[in-house]
Design a protein around this ligand. Structure first.
Ligand code: FES
Ligand code: FES
Length: 159
């Protein structure tokens, strides 16, 4: 099959790739670019494990075609830490033990960052509502929400 050449920016770096027209952005990230941080939980837009930012919007990368990303700015979980320094959201997930198997974690980190950029003062209810599309089958969510609220506190203090 003929492949399509796509030019994007991923985590601030120019990236070109060739993909089949039916490849999802998640396929491209994981299988063509080796960026395996984004996970495939369901492949149908139901679990949020594949969450990335596409031109400033939070999307399920399993529902976006690789060819649709032409000219786009993509942010993935790999771009959230600054070199060796974890983002405060990542630190708080670790501190609160807000993960077990870890499949949901990259998507939750990306979605939490989107939440806190949009709403730096979320109530617990707002945080739970915003993150409702990110399913976790292990933790029961309480530790995740504690980590999110704690990260929000620290980020408001300018960390
Ligand atoms: S893998 Fe994309 S939403 Fe589940
Ligand atoms: S830690 Fe296993 S699904 Fe969330």
């Amino acid at each position: 099959m003929s492949q399509v050449q796509v030019t994007t920016t991923i985590n601030g770096d120019p990236v070109e790739y060739a993909c089949e027209t039916e490849d999802t952005l998640l396929d491209v990230l994981r299988d063509r670019l080796g960026m395996t941080g984004s996970k495939e939980g369901c492949g149908s837009g139901d679990c949020g494990a594949c969450s990335v930012m596409l031109d400033g919007a939070l999307v399920c990368s399993c529902l976006v075609l690789g060819v649709e990303a032409e000219g786009s700015q993509i942010e993935t979980v790999e771009g959230i830490a600054h070199q060796d320094k974890l983002h405060v959201i990542q630190e708080k997930f670790l501190e609160h033990a807000a993960l077990q198997c870890g499949i949901c974690t990259p998507g939750l980190i990306v979605s939490t960052k989107a939440l806190l950029e949009e709403n730096p003062h979320p109530t617990e209810e707002e945080a739970r509502y915003y993150l409702a599309g990110n399913l976790c089958r292990c933790t029961g969510y309480d530790k995740i929400i504690k980590a999110v609220m704690d990260a929000a506190d620290v980020m408001r203090q300018g960390a």
